[in-house]
Design a protein around this ligand. Structure first.
Ligand code: ADP
Length: 982
């Protein structure tokens, strides 16, 4: 070990130096001390106590003459030099000097001594470290007696320096210190000591946590997680002498012991159950409730008092305390359990210990949480499997139960149909035929379900018989011939005889073939259906090819799943359950064969069934008692169903021809409303028609696209549409109707097989006016159709009234406005807006109207408005100030108007009377002028009249004079003309 001693600098700092005679004193490289003013301090022995540290002072103060080392003055140069070196060093150093190994150490060494310091200074090592003397002695003796220096990387020592026997670890180097004055040339031993307890313990704990982490992930249950954690801790007893794992019950009242290590489960200190609610008694149990309440680690340091037998540990003395550590759960503020960990009697329970246990509990918590989610997942899977089993059992039972009443219904119906001509009126015959056909359809479906559930439950017993498969397959395929002919499809049956018979269950093979051909028929609008049978590599291979709609690539892997159907595929009908192909697959599997599909959208599909030849793969034992459980399904059930899809198309055109007026025609009979029925099921369409045709004119189509075409070309009052239809379904039809402004208000009633509230809510969300689910009663249907037609009529009427009112509102030259009780202008017509100089309604509607009233009239206006909103009718005049500042005189006639929300507003018709008032004023002025003039004129006339009267009087007087006197002279006449001059 190479030591770079700080001595030289310390010495120079203290102004002293050690007297060192030789270049090298010890293996620890004191050469650095060498040659610095060696002689100057030779005469001051106590100068070797260099520095200002506690140890220097203590050594100064020590009366060394009372120790075996004797007075300092007697110390050899070597000893003094070592002391000064040691005191100046910051690494923990200890010198054992003389045969008794008297201890001298520096400040850095004090923590290692714990409470042994300061007594240990000058003490023989055998006393100071009495508890480990047996270990130290040989290690010190060796170098002291001339042997090699001692080096140990990790020496484990149980020392008692803090009031308890403690686990410690050190790296040590014990080196001889030469001294000329010593008998054997070695004065003592220099110990370089590095305590590594912290590091060793930390590494060990790291391993514990790693082990816990690694192993705990394997747990599948909470209990298992605890057991695995216990096993992991078993290898680390030094840190966890014993451990108990408690898991909290679901009721949170108890904790149950799940596993234990270092202590037997159920022993006194390992109670199997701990109550959490009450404060724990002082003995016999662990106070786990306190951990719940404090939500932190609780240290129990009275194990002895609590339990009669203390669990042992790896040390000679058992743990005195235990830490109760919470194990958290995934739920906030809820614990999953507790770890009760014994605290090593050899270690102090410090922060590191605490956080180690905390981390260990976290690992366990993670393991428990993972195990619990695994457990929950497993339970979920089990529950699903259980549901699946229950579902299969239910299908099986229900299908079975259905078959009896169906048989009882179908029997009498076919009897009725079979009766000769007159037994049934034609109308009734058609009705019975519908019931019979649909009964058969239901029976076929029930049979498929029953077959399926039997196979799933492992109860399907096939009877494998050597069969001429080519003939059987060709017969089955040929049963579709007439349907294909009607549909214009080419049916090619290519089934040459096979070399040998194939072992199949005939009923099952029928179902396989019929299902595949009926699908091909359903999804092939035009082209060919081809059925081939061959033998290939020891298999009978059936191929059903079609040139139909095809299946999107993404759907191919799902197509054989139960109830899986491809959305939006163009077929003859939308009917179907998605069970056919799943059943085919199961039936083929029972023959140890397999079915595959290849398909391309719009080009067609090929379904290939391969069944092994020979009989090695199937049991051919005939068991007479084994009832053939497979339900026989007649080819005609498939074919008659297929023909119905075909008839749909034919019927649609017929129905269109019989039930409708030519496209674009105006309704002839205004009394009868026209109803459009859209449904791909011909029976249902006919049934609806029959129900409605007495009251309404009916138009019927088979899909949404046709319905939309009719709606866009003919007047229709109400649509009754199925949801599931090929080409355009009911939902899309509703959307298209609502999006078309000319049709947006048309009532649409949707029909669906999906019952339940959510289904109807969905229907309404789509924009449907109403929603009827099958089966519905005739009365219900008629009532709803009637109600919706009436609503539509009223709506049309109210729209007309509203249109009229709107026209008045828009065109009248008076201002029409509605003002809310708080003065907000709600509506104003264009004339009103012009009066208040607003560019648009948006500029003023919603704003208070008071601002438009002249300040002088505002209060009066408010008062009137209040009275109107209180129920009065009023007329008054006021002035307004327009938005451009123009003042206008207004006259208003206002009445209360109840708004839809129940509040009473002011409805007013107001006219601009500014011009009228101006005209009135002008008229008044004109009147006054005229009156003045008349008065003047009158006065003038009166004066004239008076004058005339005076002149008349004068004339009469003159006449009288003349009659009594000679004729007047000319001068007399001129005097008459101008009286003034007279
Ligand atoms: P279903 O015909 O009653 O719906 P299936 O199980 O027989 O039930 O068929 C499942 C789905 O597979 C059908 O809904 C259809 O989308 C698709 N499919 C089956 N056969 C064909 C075919 N030949 N061409 C196109 N699609 C097909």
């Amino acid at each position: 070990m190479k030591e770079t001693s700080p001595v030289p600098s310390a010495a120079s700092r203290f102004g002293r130096s050690n007297e060192v005679g030789r270049g090298t004193l010890s293996p620890i490289g004191l050469a650095a001390c060498d040659g610095r003013a060696p002689r100057r301090n030779a005469g001051a022995p106590r100068d070797c106590f260099v520095g200002t540290g506690e140890m220097a002072a203590l050594m100064q103060a020590t009366d060394w003459s009372k120790t075996p080392l004797g007075p300092v003055e007697s110390w050899s140069l070597s000893l003094r030099m070592m002391v000064s070196f040691l005191l100046a060093n910051r690494f923990p150093l200890l010198l054992w000097w003389g045969p008794q190994y008297i201890s001298i150490y520096n400040d850095a060494y004090r923590p290692i001594l714990g409470n042994k310091h300061p007594k240990s200074l000058g003490q023989p090592v055998s006393e100071c470290w009495a508890e480990i003397w047996h270990i130290l002695k040989p290690l010190i003796d060796t170098p002291y007696q001339g042997g090699p220096a001692t080096w140990m990387d990790d020496i484990f020592l149980e020392v008692n320096r803090r009031g308890f026997v403690e686990e410690t670890h050190f790296t040590i180097a014990y080196s001889p210190v030469p001294d000329d004055t010593a008998p054997r040339g070695i004065g003592g031993v220099l110990a370089t000591v590095h305590e590594i307890t912290g590091k060793v313990v930390a590494e060990r704990r790291g391993m514990v946590l790693r082990d816990l982490g690694l192993r705990a992930a394997e747990a599948k249950t909470a209990k298992e997680a605890c057991a695995i954690a216990a096993a992991a801790l078993a290898d680390h007893a030094k840190d966890v002498p014993f451990a108990l794992f408690y898991v909290i019950d679901e009721d949170h009242a108890n904790a149950r012991l799940a596993s234990a290590v270092g202590i037997g489960m159920g022993e006194s200190a390992a109670p199997l159950r701990v109550l959490l609610a009450e404060p724990a008694p002082a003995s016999g149990t662990w106070p786990l409730g306190e951990v719940v309440r404090s939500d932190a680690i609780v240290l129990v340091d009275d194990i002895d008092a609590r339990f009669p037998a203390t669990p042992p540990g790896p040390w000679s003395d058992p743990p005195r305390s235990a830490a109760l550590v919470p194990i958290r759960s995934n739920t906030a503020h809820q614990l999953a359990g507790f770890l009760v960990a014994g605290v090593s009697a050899r270690l102090a329970f410090d922060d590191q210990y605490r956080s180690f246990l905390g981390l260990a509990a976290t690992q366990i918590a993670t393991a428990i949480a993972t195990a619990r989610s695994y457990e929950e997942e497993r339970k979920r899977v089990e529950a699903l499997a259980e549901i699946d089993r229950a579902k299969t059992a239910f299908f099986s039972n229900v299908s079975h139960e259905f078959r009896t009443p169906l048989t009882l219904m179908l029997g009498p119906l076919s009897d009725l149909l079979a009766k000769s001509g007159d037994a049934l009126a034609p109308e009734s015959h058609a009705l019975v035929a519908v019931a019979h056909r649909n009964g058969l359809r239901l029976l076929k479906l029930v049979n498929s379900l029953l077959d399926f559930s039997r196979i799933e439950a492992g109860r399907a017993h096939a009877r494998y018989e050597p069969t001429d498969l080519a003939t059987l397959t060709a017969e089955l395929a040929s049963s579709f011939r007439s349907a294909c002919d009607k549909a214009g499809l080419t049916l090619t049956v290519d089934c040459p005889p096979l070399d040998k018979p194939v072992y199949v269950d005939r009923d099952m093979w029928e179902k396989i073939v019929l299902n595949l051909i009926s699908n091909a028929f359903k999804f092939t609008p035009a082209g060919e259906i081809r059925i081939e049978l061959r033998t290939e590599s020891n298999h009978a291979v059936l191929r059903v090819r079609d040139t139909g709609a095809g299946i999107p690539a993404a759907e191919l892997s799902l197509i054989f799943e139960r109830f899986h159907r491809v959305e939006g595929v163009a077929g003859r009908t939308h009917e179907g359950t998605g069970i056919g192909l799943a059943l085919v697959q199961e039936l083929v599997k029972l023959h140890k064969g397999f079915v595959t599909v290849e398909s391309e959208v719009a080009r067609g599909s090929t379904f290939t069934v391969r069944v092994p030849l020979g009989h090695a793969h199937v049991s051919t034992q005939s068991d007479d008692n084994a009832r053939p459980l497979s339900t026989a399904t007649r080819a005609d059930a498939f074919v008659s169903e297929a023909s119905r899809w075909l008839r749909d198309g034919v019927l649609t055109t017929q129905a269109a021809a019989t039930c409708t007026a030519p496209a674009g025609a105006v309704r002839g009979n205004a009394e009868r409303a026209r109803i459009l029925i859209a449904d791909d099921n011909a029976d249902l369409r006919e049934y609806l028609e029959r129900l409605l045709r007495e009251r309404y004119d009916i138009r019927a189509v088979a899909d949404g696209e046709a319905a939309l075409a009719v709606l866009r070309s003919e007047p229709i009052d109400l649509v009754l549409s199925d949801i599931m239809m090929p080409r355009l379904d009911g939902s899309a039809l509703v959307r298209a109707v609502r999006a078309d402004p000319r049709l947006a208000d048309l009532p649409v009633i949707l029909l669906s097989a999906r019952a339940g509230e959510e289904a109807s809510i969905e229907g309404f969300e789509l924009g449907a006016s109403d929603y009827l689910y099958k089966p519905f009663s005739a009365r219900d249907l008629l009532a709803r159709v009637g109600a919706h037609l009436e609503i539509a009529r009223l709506r049309r009427q109210s729209v007309r009234t509203e249109d009229r009112l709107r026209a008045i509102f828009e065109t009248t030259p008076e201002c029409i406005k509605i003002v809310a009780p708080d003065g907000t202008l709600l509506h104003m017509n264009p004339a009103g807006l012009a009066m208040i100089e607003a560019e648009s309604a948006a500029a003023v509607e919603g704003a208070p109207i008071f601002d438009l009233i002249s300040p002088a009239d505002r209060e009066g206006w408010r008062a009137c408005h209040k009275r109107i909103c209180g129920g009065e009718r009023l007329s008054w005049r006021f002035e307004i100030v327009g938005l451009q500042g123009t003042c206008r005189q207004m006259e208003t006639h206002a009445a209360p108007l109840t708004l839809p929300d129940g509040t009473v507003a002011q409805l007013a018709i107001t006219r601009d009377i500014t011009q009228r008032l101006r005209d009135d004023e002008a008229l008044r002025e004109l009147n006054q002028t005229l009156e003045r003039r008349v008065a003047e004129r009158t006065r003038a006339l009166e004066a004239e009249t008076a004058e005339r009267r005076r002149l008349q009087a004068l004339a009469q007087q003159a006449q009288r004079l003349a009659s009594s006197a000679p004729r007047p002279t000319a001068s007399a006449f001129s005097a008459w003309r101008s009286p003034s001059t007279a």
